[in-house]
Design a binder for this molecule. Structure first.
Ligand code: GLA
Length: 377
């Protein structure tokens, strides 16, 4: 992919570019906890966005989206926002760097990638992280630290893309390490890497191909529910909320908000239980927690859809150790922890039964836990 993007760059522009990569992510457990200051447990994957970039000495940005065969050009002032959604991610990153006092001049770029779009694997965070990392290297001598790079991507979502997301995706895309998941405390940003090579098990992602689109989606409304309950509890976020505390304010909040908060409080505990279980090599407990997360995401949090529930049922039926919706929900993938000897049967059953029911086959992804954002030499 790198060579291909470099040759597109060479055909279109005159400079010699530097090339950068940033990854999509999986998340073992800890969904919708990041914006509640809770814990998440993601890792970067071997599905990446790669960009070839060079400063062009002007005040304009020219970008080619190689996979879409589209090109656009924009300035770097607030009023120069491009119309194309993919370009808004890049514009937003540049603007957020400038707002923080960083430098960004005009540049030429070609990017492409293999992070499936709308699958819940954070293709947008990969794009943001790739450009944040690159513009920091090219224009700022890497003066911006990696935490701030992740926040730059997150602010891009908030201010230029309409998604009030948490920090998980951009964090994973930037901080990911080969073969390791990382447990992040989204309040303190303390994080701990966990080698993840479960002997005898595989991680299988099954994409329902129901397009998950967080913009204008109920995603932001989920966050608002959590904020209302936190306010009723007299807290900033649900991080320190307990089930007892929630019960005590039950008649002061809506039934819907009660259910949303109940999921988040349970999920916070599940991440910690999974971390303990992993230290013991107890994958049965990991799997059990994943199923509980699915139940909560589908029931209390209401971010599932029929197709994802169907895939979850097939996982149970075929003896899969753990299975759940991954990412924001409303479509996209399930993540499945499967004993190696059961993988073929699970995948075939899921393909056949899903296609018979919905008229299209789901897509199965192998993922390898890989490095986060970096320059490719
Ligand atoms: C999306 C958001 C993340 C996180 C997840 C749900 O991926 O971008 O910040 O909230 O949903 O865990």
């Amino acid at each position: 992919m790198k060579e291909q993007l470099e040759s597109v760059f060479k055909a279109r522009f005159t400079e010699t570019p530097r090339v950068y990569s940033a990854a999509g992510r999986i998340n073992l457990i800890g969904e919708h906890t990041d914006y509640n200051d809770g814990y998440v447990f993601p890792g970067a994957i071997d599905k990446v966005i790669i960009a070839a970039i060079a400063p062009n000495g002007t005040d304009r940005v020219n970008v080619v989206a190689a996979d879409l065969n589209e090109e656009t050009s924009f300035g770097l002032n607030e009023e120069d926002a491009p119309a194309e959604q993919w370009a808004r991610y890049i514009f937003g990153v540049a603007r957020e760097i400038i707002k923080r006092g960083g430098k960004v001049g005009g540049f030429d770029a070609v990017f492409g990638g293999n992070v499936p779009l709308g699958a819940g694997l954070s293709s947008s965070a990969a794009l943001e992280s790739c450009f944040a990392f690159a513009l920091n290297d090219i224009f700022n001598d890497n003066a911006i630290d990696k935490f701030e790079l992740a926040r730059i991507g997150q602010s891009t979502e908030h201010n230029y893309c309409g998604v009030n997301c948490g920090i998980m995706d951009q964090f994973a895309s930037i901080f990911g390490k080969e073969g390791q998941l990382v447990r992040l405390d989204c309040r303190s940003m303390e994080h701990e890497y966990y080698p993840f090579k479960p002997e005898g098990y595989s991680l299988v992602l099954i994409d329902s191909r129901v397009k998950h689109e967080l913009k204008d989606s109920p995603y932001n409304r989920r966050r608002e529910s959590c904020e209302r309950v936190a306010a009723a509890l007299g807290m900033k976020t649900l991080r320190d909320a307990t089930m007892e505390g929630l019960e005590a304010v039950k008649d002061r909040i809506s039934d819907e908000d009660y259910h949303r908060a109940r999921f988040v409080i349970g999920e916070k505990e599940r991440v910690l239980a999974v971390c303990d279980a992993l230290k013991r090599g107890d994958y049965e407990t990991v799997g059990e927690m994943m199923y509980k997360t699915h139940e909560g995401l589908s029931g209390d949090y209401a971010v599932s859809c029929e197709e994802l529930d169907f895939l979850n049922d097939i996982a149970r039926k075929t003896g899969v150790t753990g299975s759940r919706i991954m990412g924001g929900g409303f479509g996209g993938c399930t993540i499945n922890l499967v004993k190696d000897e059961l993988v073929d049967n699970f995948v075939n059953t899921a393909r056949n039964e899903f296609e018979a029911r919905y008229g299209h086959a789901p897509v199965v992804y192998d993922v390898v836990i890989s490095e986060g954002a970096r320059r490719l030499e």
